[in-house]
Design a protein around this ligand. Structure first.
Ligand code: FES
Ligand code: FES
Length: 161
């Protein structure tokens, strides 16, 4: 039996301890935000936060999760109430097919949890392990910059004379 939390909920499982977390999330917990891309740690589409750090769930056996805290895309907001990173990706329309986007969002969230105001180089480094076959990297980077760069308040319009 391995027990840990997923999005604040306690999970206890008798599944094979060697099974990757991704399979439990998608197959048993019906949390489909994390995607199966390559299954060998080469694409980033399966990323989730484990104790606040972005982690590829296709490589992480359940045995390594005892007592740890997992947060998936679903734990970062919902369609009708997106979290700040999700809202930035929506605002920048930073998806084409969208397959890579959950992992990208988790990567940005993980970065923000260790550095509240990362510069562009830090963002690029955090996103570097994540592939996007649609080539939306520029929009993904803009979304990350949108949420990591404090915005100046909108200018007050000139009063009409
Ligand atoms: S599915 Fe995990 S890195 Fe590709
Ligand atoms: S938007 Fe299609 S893989 Fe990134």
């Amino acid at each position: 039996m391995v027990s840990f939390t997923v999005n604040g909920r306690r999970v206890e499982t008798d599944a094979d301890p060697a099974m990757p977390l991704l399979y439990l999330l998608r197959g048993e917990l019906k949390l489909n935000g994390a995607k199966y891309g390559c299954g060998v740690g080469q694409c980033g589409s399966c990323a989730v936060l484990v104790d606040g750090r972005s982690t590829f769930s296709c490589l992480l056996p359940l045995a390594a999760l005892a007592g740890r805290e997992v947060v998936t895309l679903e734990g970062l907001g919902a369609g009708d109430k997106p979290g700040p990173v999700q809202a930035a990706f929506i605002a920048e329309q930073a998806a084409q097919c969208g397959y890579c986007i959950p992992g990208m969002i988790v990567a940005v969230e993980g970065l923000l949890r260790r550095d509240a105001s990362p510069d562009e180089a830090a963002i690029r480094e955090a996103l570097q392990p994540h592939l996007c076959r649609c080539g939306t990297h520029a929009r993904i980077l803009r979304a990350a910059l949108r949420v990591t760069t404090p915005r100046a308040p909108a200018a007050t319009p000139e009063p009409k004379r």
